[in-house]
Write a protein that binds this ligand. Structure first.
Ligand SMILES: O=P(O)(O)OP(=O)(O)OP(=O)(O)OC[C@H]1O[C@@H](n2cnc3c(O)ncnc32)[C@H](O)[C@@H]1O
Length: 179
């Protein structure tokens, strides 16, 4: 099985590899996960679920279009969403196959502080804000803000694994739930 993911981010590629091996254990031995840089078509810091899902969809379709050998295209996009007066961050995942079937899922999400949101609402992206406050570099490619804020309990890849499971539900559950 070949899956192509619309990113070169190591945390996202790690999440896809972990999740797809568990979703399709019979294909785990010959699974190939390829990362390809594609444009998300949305802003660098998506600010709503709608925008983040659109980014994940664009990434999934563009990744599949770029790789004639792949069985699935996967898009993973991080983004914010405001609920009441609070902002939450999470990852949306879209999967597309050669039949045009589309599955959508999301990770758990976590609250962003007023201190962080102040900088983002002034135009920063989450990634450099987390790097600046933590004193670390390229957190987005490693533990992620999720890992920093849970003190290592839930790193970005582990958290995104759940969103990938949910995005694949229509391929791994009985068709009676869909048709
Ligand atoms: O190379 P790509 O696939 O673009 O990976 P990315 O890390 O930039 O990821 P996204 O575009 O999906 O994320 C949108 C923004 O939110 C940031 N972000 C999302 N989740 C994050 C996390 O867990 N830690 C740090 N930054 C995060 C990210 O770095 C961007 O600024």
């Amino acid at each position: 099985m070949i899956v192509v993911v619309g990113t070169t981010n190591p945390a996202k590629l790690s999440a896809v590899t972990i999740a797809v091996k568990q979703l399709f254990p019979e294909s785990a031995h010959d699974l190939i996960v390829r990362g390809v840089g594609v444009k998300s078509g949305v802003s660098d810091q998506p600010m709503s679920d709608e925008e983040t899902i659109l980014g994940a969809t664009n990434r999934a379709k563009r990744a599949l279009d770029s790789d004639p050998e792949a069985d699935f295209g996967i898009g993973v996009e991080g983004g914010l969403h405001k609920i009441g007066d609070k902002y939450f961050d999470g990852g949306w995942v879209v999967v597309v196959d050669r039949n045009g079937t589309v599955g959508t899922g999301c990770s758990a999400r976590y609250e962003l502080s007023a201190k962080i949101m102040e900088k983002i609402l002034l135009g920063s992206e989450l990634a450099p804000v987390i790097d600046e406050i933590s004193g670390e570099t390229d957190v987005r490619s490693k533990a992620g803000a999720m890992g920093i804020l849970t003190n290592g309990l839930l790193n970005r890849d582990v958290c995104y694994v759940h969103g990938i499971y949910f995005a694949f539900t229509r391929w791994v559950s009985d068709s009676k739930y869909w048709n």
